[in-house]
Design a protein around this ligand. Sequence first.
Ligand code: FAD
Ligand code: UDP
Length: 389
Amino acid sequence: MNVDLVVVGAGFFGLTVAERCAADLGLRVLVLDRRDHIGGNAYSEAEPETGIEVHRYGAHLFHTSNERVWEYANRFTAFTGYQHRVFSTFKGRVYSMPINLGTICEYFGRAFSPDEARALIAEQAAEVTNPSNLEEKAVSLIGRPLYEAFIRGYTAKQWQTDPKDLPAEIITRLPVRYTFDNRYFNDRYEGLPVDGYTAWLERMADHPNVEVRLETDFFDLRDDVAGNVPVVYTGALDRYFDYAEGELGWRTLDFEMEVKATGDFQGTPVMNYADEDVPYTRIHEFRHFHPERAHYPSDKTVIMREYSRFAARGDEPYYPINTGEDRSRLLAYRDMARREDGVLFGGRLGTYKYLDMHMAIASALSMVDNRLRPHFVEGERLISGGVDE
Ligand code: FAD
Ligand code: UDP
C-alpha cells in the first residue's frame, strides 16, 4: 500500500486529520469510508423535488468558541449569520427553548423580573442538593414544574431510559437563562456553511495527497494495512475489537421526511414536542436554516420528524448512552486500545463520546499536533495513547 497513513472514516475527525497530514506534513493519506459519501453524519444534500438542503443524519448547527477551530473552518467555507433558536410545544401551547425568562413568564403566566424568576426557581430547585443524575440535575437547575413540562417527557422519548439512570451531563448541554435571550447556543461563533456542509467537507478532502475510497469497509482491508501503515480509526470502538467486551450502548434516530405543499409549515427551523404522547421528539423544517437562499420554492417545504430508539447492531449509532455498564466496558476497550500499536482512535465512534463538530475538529487537530507530527516529523514511535480521555 503506497501511502503513509490510513484514516478510517471521512467525517469531520477523519477529514481534519487527512487534510492536515497532507497539506502540512506532506503525507500521502488514504481515507476509507464504508458509506457512499464523505462527511460522516454532517453530510447534507439537496432534496430532489425542492432543491432544499437537507441533513440526512439530523440537523447540524455549527457553533464554537474555539478560535483555532473557527479559523480552520473558515479556510474551507464562509458562514451565514444563522443563529439557532428552538421552540417547544407542550399541551397545545408554544414556549421558547432553552428555558429563559420568556419561557418562565409564559409558563407561570405572569411577568417576572430576572431577580423574581431566580428566586422562584431557587425555591423550586431547593429540593435537590447533590444532583447525581439527569432528573436531579435538571430539577436543581430549573425546579420541578419546568422539568416536568419541558424535560421529563422529551427526555423519556429521546432516551427511553429513566432520567434517574441518565448522566447529569446530558442536561448541562442546555443553558438556562434569566434574560429574554433565547439563542440556543452560548458560543462566540455560529453559522451555517454558505454553500452547504458537503461543499465544505469536499474542500477539506480536495488535496492531491488525499485519496478517498468510499463504500470500503476498513475490516475488509485490515489484513493489508495492519502493522504496515499507521492507522487513525474513527469507526466504532467495540467493533474494532470484535465486541470482545460486549457492545457499547447507543441510541439511534429514525427520520421521516416529507415534502409539504406549502411555503412554510411551522414558521421556524426546529419545533420540539415535549408531550410524551406525541411520538416524535421534534420536527425540522430545513428551508428556515437558510432564509437567504432565494432559489428555494415558495410553495413547497421539506420537513423531517425525528424519532429516537435504542440502536441495534446494524443501526446508525448516534448518541452514546453511557450507563454504568457502558462505562466499565469502555474502560476495558480503552485498555485494549492502549496496547494497539500503530493505531490511534478518534472521533465520536472511536472514543464513544458525544462530540459536536467543533469538538471533533479540535480533537483531530490535537491528535495531529501531539501524535502524528511527532511521529512523522521527529520519528517518535507511534504508540497508541489509547482512546483520548
Ligand atoms: P462521524 O461523522 O460519525 O464519521 C465517522 C465515519 O466513519 C462515518 O462516515 C462512518 O461511515 C465511517 N466508518 C465507521 N466505521 C467504518 C469502517 N469500519 N470502515 C470505514 N468507514 C467507517 N454537531 C454539532 O456541532 N452541531 C449539531 O447540531 C449536531 N447535530 C447532530 C445531530 C445528530 C443526530 C448527530 C448524530 C450528531 C450531531 N452532531 C452535531 C455531531 C456531529 O455529527 C459530530 O460531531 C461529527 O459527525 C463527528 O465527526 P466524526 O468524524 O467523529 O464522526
Ligand atoms: N432536552 C429536553 N427538552 C428539550 C430539549 C432538550 O428535555 O426541549 C434534553 C434531552 O434530554 C436532550 C438534552 O436535553 O437529550 C440535550 O438536548 P440537545 O438539544 O442538546 O440534544 P441534541 O440536539 O443533541 O439531540
